[in-house]
Design a protein around this ligand. Structure first.
Ligand code: ATP
Length: 297
């Protein structure tokens, strides 16, 4: 079975629904409150595991109740948590206020994620045994670079989601094979507003780029080949949270299984299209038989 390693964040999302978000100094009564396991690392690990891979998660949770639930959530989706450390202090949290217009404001407190600033003993070994390493930018950059460089040393494909968007150091780009920004991240990284131009500019930095374009689909560029435009299936979206993580997780599994690139992109698009038709981030992620069924439908 394909083995994917994810090095990244776990967060408890604390989501408050209000009619109108409070202004500075104001108190308002909210409508609903939910605690939802998240973090891009954890979400991508769950997406890849449900898409059919053996997945190991490298990261950290705090020694609090959230940490227990974050670990349980990963294990429930079949993710190996042997390399997910429990550290002294709080787990990462994202404090999200969503108003009636769907607009949100978010405060992220890294907590345990902030301690993942290096590779721990055993991490390089598990990376070396993988078919691909999935990275995002919600843990300290130093660890992301160390992970990518370890993967390169062992000939393991590195897939990077540059989120939250920030300047990428040359040593990280040099160790990245596939970069998967969404449209906003591609613009932030390149200053180009046209997705094709942004993807082309990113291709100067890494060998392969996929820019995800929401309901429009995705755009794939690799050096020396024609660009591929993959339209997204037309579906009624209920909640697009986690669509990007579902897409990246499924795409990485498909590529690691050596599916041809166009087929891998279509399969990932099918997975993401299923996820947007359901509420939640990781909760909405499909299992492999559903993805296969959507592809043949
Ligand atoms: P999010 O932050 O919501 O997780 P993202 O901004 O990282 O997502 P998007 O570009 O919005 O990423 O979406 C990723 C992929 O999910 C798209 O390339 C597309 O294949 C699929 N997708 C997103 N929204 C829709 C939609 N409304 N209908 C069908 N597919 C969608």
């Amino acid at each position: 079975m394909t083995h994917i390693v994810v090095l990244g964040s776990t967060n408890m999302d604390l989501v408050t629904y209000v009619t109108k978000a409070p202004q500075r100094g104001e108190t308002v009564t909210g409508r609903e409150f939910h605690t939802i396991p998240g973090g891009k690392g954890s979400n991508q690990a769950i997406a890849a595991a449900r898409a059919g891979a053996t997945v190991s998660m490298i990261g950290a949770v705090g020694n609090d109740a959230f940490g227990v639930r974050l670990r349980d959530t990963l294990e429930h989706s079949g993710v190996d948590t042997d390399f997910l450390r429990t550290v002294e202090g709080p787990s990462g949290t994202a404090h999200i206020v969503v108003d009636d217009e769907g607009a949100n404001s978010i405060v992220v407190i890294p907590g345990a994620n902030g301690t993942v600033d290096h590779l721990s003993p055993g991490d390089e070994g598990v990376i070396a045994s993988a078919d691909a390493l999935l990275l995002q930018l919600e843990i300290p950059l130093r660890a992301v670079v160390a992970g990518a460089e370890a993967a390169r040393r062992h000939g393991v494909r590195t897939v990077l989601t540059p989120s939250p968007a920030q300047p990428l150091p040359p040593e990280l780009l040099a160790a990245t094979e596939l970069l998967v920004p969404n449209e906003d991240e591609a613009v932030t990284l390149t200053g180009r507003t046209d997705p094709r131009e942004a993807a082309a500019a990113l291709l100067d930095l890494v060998p392969e780029v996929v820019v995800t374009l929401g309901a429009t689909g995705s755009l794939y560029l690799a050096r020396g080949t024609e660009p591929l435009v993959i339209p997204a299936p037309r579906v009624t979206a209920v909640d697009s949270t986690g669509a990007g993580d579902t897409f990246v997780g499924a795409l990485t599994v498909a590529l690691a299984e050596e599916k041809p690139v166009r087929e891998a992109l279509s399969w990932a698009s099918a997975a993401a299209a299923i996820s947007v038709q359901r509420a939640g981030a990781s909760a909405s992620m499909p299992y492999r038989p559903e993805i296969d069924a959507q592809c043949t439908a």
